[in-house]
Design a protein around this ligand. Structure first.
Ligand code: 1PW
Length: 215
């Protein structure tokens, strides 16, 4: 579903978009994946300008994937599976060091994929958190367990500073615009297994092709 820019943000719609990522034969649909990320970016932006340095990179990665989809070989980029096959078969991926293909779909999507793991861990913490839990702590714990290991010191530092500016749990739940805290928790319980599945399917595909460390 396409969301109008002026429409009020609702996290449920975003998570629903991720749900629609998996085709019947468990292929990951890139248009839906990108749409899910667009929604997440809107969510991050509504958390305040301090998050814009984080969302900026996601925006540029999203744009690279959109360009692939709109390009001459766009049909090769319908699913992550077809993209991996196409780019590997045609030698369009820098495998060991950065070189001719700094914008390959494979390496670009890998960055979003790693960030999706962060999101999954963070939302899971949020789902099971007590009323007085700190979102900043949950967010940085999730980050340190996942994405942080791929980031240099300076970005880790800046990220953790941005997390400190996150609003408290009640405000955070309001910004999600899903309903009562109980409804948020229920919605997360519903959406998380599907996000997790999208993550797992991608992870297994990348692992099978030895793509998890693309430079
Ligand atoms: C509150 C919701 C949280 C979920 C959002 C996750 C957003 C992920 C964006 C993190 C970006 C931090 C700054 C950018 C770092 C890039 O160097 C890095 N990109 C990512 C997505 O990790 C690696 O990309 P590169 O430099 O290899 O092109």
């Amino acid at each position: 579903a396409v969301m109008a820019e002026d429409q009020k943000f609702c996290l449920r719609e975003v998570l629903d978009t991720f749900k629609s990522c998996l085709s019947e034969d468990k292929e990951v649909l890139i248009d839906q994946y990108v749409a899910g990320w667009r929604g997440l970016v809107r969510f991050m932006n509504s958390l305040g300008t301090i998050f814009s340095f984080i969302s900026k990179d996601a925006v540029s990665k999203i744009q690279i994937m959109v360009n692939h989809r709109n390009g001459e070989n766009g049909v090769q980029y319908i699913t992550v599976q077809s993209m991996v096959k196409y780019e590997l078969d045609n030698g369009l991926v820098d495998i060991t060091k950065r070189g001719s293909y700094p914008e390959s779909g494979c390496r670009t999507l890998l960055r979003l994929h790693r960030a999706l793991r962060w999101l999954e861990l963070f939302l899971e913490r949020l789902r099971t958190s007590a009323e007085d839990s700190k979102t900043s702590v949950m967010c940085s714990e999730a980050y340190n367990e996942s994405l942080a290991k791929y980031h240099p010191w300076l970005i880790r530092k800046a990220s953790n500073m941005a997390f400190c500016a996150l609003p408290g749990r009640p405000t955070f739940f309001e910004v999600m615009n899903v309903g009562t805290p109980e409804q948020v928790v229920a919605m997360l319980g519903d959406a998380l297994p599907l996000i997790s599945e999208v993550y797992q399917v991608t992870e297994e595909l990348y692992s099978k092709h030895d793509l998890l460390d693309l430079p």
